[in-house]
Design a protein around this ligand. Structure first.
Ligand SMILES: *[C@@H]1O[C@H](CO)[C@@H](O)[C@H](O)[C@H]1NC(C)=O
Ligand SMILES: *[C@@H]1O[C@H](CO)[C@@H](O)[C@H](O)[C@H]1NC(C)=O
Ligand SMILES: *[C@@H]1O[C@H](CO)[C@@H](O)[C@H](O)[C@H]1NC(C)=O
Ligand SMILES: *[C@@H]1O[C@H](CO)[C@@H](O)[C@H](O)[C@H]1NC(C)=O
Ligand SMILES: *[C@@H]1O[C@H](CO)[C@@H](O)[C@H](O)[C@H]1NC(C)=O
Ligand SMILES: *[C@@H]1O[C@H](CO)[C@@H](O)[C@H](O)[C@H]1NC(C)=O
Ligand SMILES: *[C@@H]1O[C@H](CO)[C@@H](O)[C@H](O)[C@H]1NC(C)=O
Length: 562
């Protein structure tokens, strides 16, 4: 018998050899068709006459259900009660009971009549039903730390046999100890259906670590073990530790808003706190924060918070406000005369070690600038920058150096062609001096670089001249004279030095003589070539004559110079 179908078949009482009949138990499902096999589903005897199903009625007597003659197609229903419409017989002689319910939990007997024999096969039928999914009801709103509280009631309804309920916390079975955990189980049977509802009340003593713990109940049943949806509970416990938090970006600077937050580890958290602000007690209700707006260096100190109902529970935190004051003298635009003294004074007051740096026109200086004797080069934009953790301040001054013009240099040069003179006058001074020569010239050039004004003109002096250069600005003027000699006189200078050049002239004579000898040699060579060529008649006379006349001219020139 391999095809028991959806039906559970088990041998409750082993057949004894002494007894012909063996009692078999079959478990059917509530609400479904129950198959009651005849003789464990054994094959029908060949000489079968008829099969009959009987049942044990509520009063203990036997009632007939149906009879199936071996040679007939249809079985004859004999039942008069509720079974009349619910029973049929399968081809393999199994009794099929539709819409199984708990009333079907009784003994059915299959009677097989064949040849001259009669066998009876009684079967005990049980009807099982799994409970509805278990549910936790009457849940506690919150659990008090250390207090035994009714957490909830778990219900597994309408089962047969009754389900068994167990409680778990985070998947771990809770075992009743009669003190911190009390479990009250109960089973009630519905008299109309006969189904049982199991309930289990859990009384539980919560501890702080039960925050977030998942409580479940499990309904254990032969057909299926089901677990309820998990439940978590709010657990109330008193504050054990207080901490004060400073909510501000570090470092805290003057002008920042600093929020103090008092954190209590109790549940529910306290709704009011005391904040101790510089020795003053402030009560804060419905909040755990207190904000210090625009703190100053005077705000530096210890801050405290405590519980309103237990001021021994206290936390404190230090608040340090960084600050930096910088005062620079002078600032803004500073006007100084050359060679003046400028005193630079920088004062700073900071909450920590301040870093000071100076720049002049964006270039870093190695030290604080000192001006005992101001020069034009000192002019510039000076920035002093001071910083401590998180704070940076800078101040600056623009140093302007002024002075009356001073002529630094006057020069005269020959122009490249030797026919002019270039006069240059250089004068220092701020504001820009106007530089002029006392004569008019051409190719006038002016420049003003780093406080130095340059004026350049080209002149043609006709005689010895005394020329003045004058440099003028709003602060004063400066002039200087320059003796400029005439160009004619200048050309004579090499003539004067002729005796010095006598050795050069001797060298020139030597060159000319050597040149004449070479020329004579060439003349000889040409004459010979002419003789040779004229025999062939190809030389032109004009060319030769021109060459000779040129040579003689050169010769004459040389002789004249010597
Ligand atoms: C008997 O027949 C029924 C219906 O044909 C079938 O569901 C069942 O499995 C059979 N039982 C046995 C024990 O063979
Ligand atoms: C500080 O708080 C005040 C008022 O709450 C606000 O006006 C101000 O902008 C805040 N200052 C800063 C730096 O956040
Ligand atoms: C800090 O306190 C001192 C006196 O204690 C007071 O003179 C000063 O003005 C205060 N400074 C600020 C920035 O509040
Ligand atoms: C300032 O410097 C100039 C040139 O460097 C010098 O001639 C003059 O004596 C100095 N004056 C003082 C007061 O040091
Ligand atoms: C320079 O030229 C201007 C006109 O171009 C004239 O008025 C002035 O007198 C001249 N100066 C001298 C020194 O020749
Ligand atoms: C220029 O001065 C020099 C001396 O410095 C003198 O010998 C010469 O004769 C002068 N020339 C004229 C044209 O005055
Ligand atoms: C220019 O020459 C005059 C005389 O002709 C003389 O007195 C003066 O010192 C000279 N100046 C310069 C700068 O050489």
């Amino acid at each position: 018998m391999d095809s028991t179908g959806r039906f559970l078949l088990s041998l409750v009482t082993a057949a004894t050899f002494l007894q012909v009949r063996s009692t078999v138990t079959v478990i059917g499902l509530y609400g479904e068709t129950i198959e009651v096999p005849c003789n464990n589903g054994a094959a029908k005897p060949v000489d079968l006459i008829f099969t009959k199903w009987k049942y044990k009625m509520d009063d203990g007597t036997s009632g007939d259900l149906l009879v199936k003659q071996a040679h007939k197609e249809q079985a004859q229903i004999q039942a008069m009660d509720g079974y009349k419409d619910r029973v049929t017989i399968a081809a393999n002689s199994s009794l099929m009971i539709q819409g199984g319910s708990l009333v079907d939990q009784r003994t059915f007997t299959c009677m097989v009549v064949y040849g001259s024999n009669l066998d009876e096969h009684p079967v005990d039928v049980l009807v099982h039903k799994k409970p509805l999914p278990p549910q936790i009801k009457d849940k506690a709103k919150e659990l008090e730390n250390g207090k035994l509280t009714s957490l909830g009631v778990c219900t597994a309804a309408d089962a047969n046999p009754a389900a068994v309920i167990m409680w778990s916390k985070n998947g771990k079975l809770l075992v009743a100890d009669g003190k911190t955990i009390i479990i009250t189980p109960s089973v009630k049977m519905d008299p109309s259906t006969g189904l049982s509802t199991t309930t289990s009340g859990l009384q539980y003593t919560a501890v702080k670590s039960d925050v977030g713990a998942k409580f479940t109940c499990t309904a254990k049943h032969s057909l299926e073990t089901q677990v309820s949806a998990p439940e978590t509970f709010i657990i109330h416990y008193p504050t054990e530790k207080l901490s004060l938090q400073v909510l501000a970006k570090a470092p805290i600077r003057e002008g920042d808003n600093v929020t103090l937050k008092c954190n209590a580890d109790g549940n529910p958290p306290p709704t009011s706190f005391y904040f101790s602000i510089k020795g003053q007690k402030v009560t804060v209700k419905d909040s755990d924060t207190f904000t210090l707006t625009a703190v100053t260096r005077n705000s530096t100190g210890d801050y405290k918070c405590s519980l309103v109902d237990d001021d021994k529970m206290e936390a404190s935190e230090k608040v340090v406000v960084s600050y930096l004051d910088l005062s620079l003298s002078p600032t803004g635009k500073v006007l100084k005369m050359v060679r003046d003294t400028l005193l630079v004074k920088m004062e700073q007051d900071a909450s920590g070690d301040a870093k000071v740096s100076w720049t002049k026109d964006n270039r870093k200086l190695d030290e604080t600038p000192r001006f005992d004797n101001v020069t034009y080069a000192d002019a510039g934009f000076y920035v002093c920058e001071v910083s401590v953790a998180g704070i940076k301040r800078s101040q600056s001054f623009q140093l302007v150096v002024e002075g009356t013009p001073v002529i630094k240099k006057m020069t005269e040069h020959h122009s490249e062609d030797g026919r002019h003179k270039v006069l240059t006058c250089e004068a220092e001074g701020v504001p820009r001096p106007s530089v002029q020569w006392s004569v008019n010239g051409t190719n006038e050039e002016n420049s003003y670089i780093n406080g130095k004004a340059t004026h350049k003109i080209t002149v043609v002096p006709t005689g010895n001249l005394t020329i003045t250069c004058i440099a003028t600005n709003k602060l004063g003027n400066h002039f200087m004279a320059l003796n400029v000699s005439s160009l004619i006189k200048d050309e004579k200078i090499p003539g004067k030095g002729a005796q010095d050049d006598s050795s050069d002239q001797a060298l020139l004579i030597v060159f000319i003589v050597v040149g004449l000898i070479i020329a004579a040699a060439f003349v000889g060579l040409f004459y010979w070539l002419y003789i040779m060529k004229s025999r062939r008649g190809t030389w032109k006379t004009g060319e030769k004559e021109a060459g000779t006349s040129e040579e003689s001219k050169k010769l004459e020139e040389c002789n004249a110079k010597v």
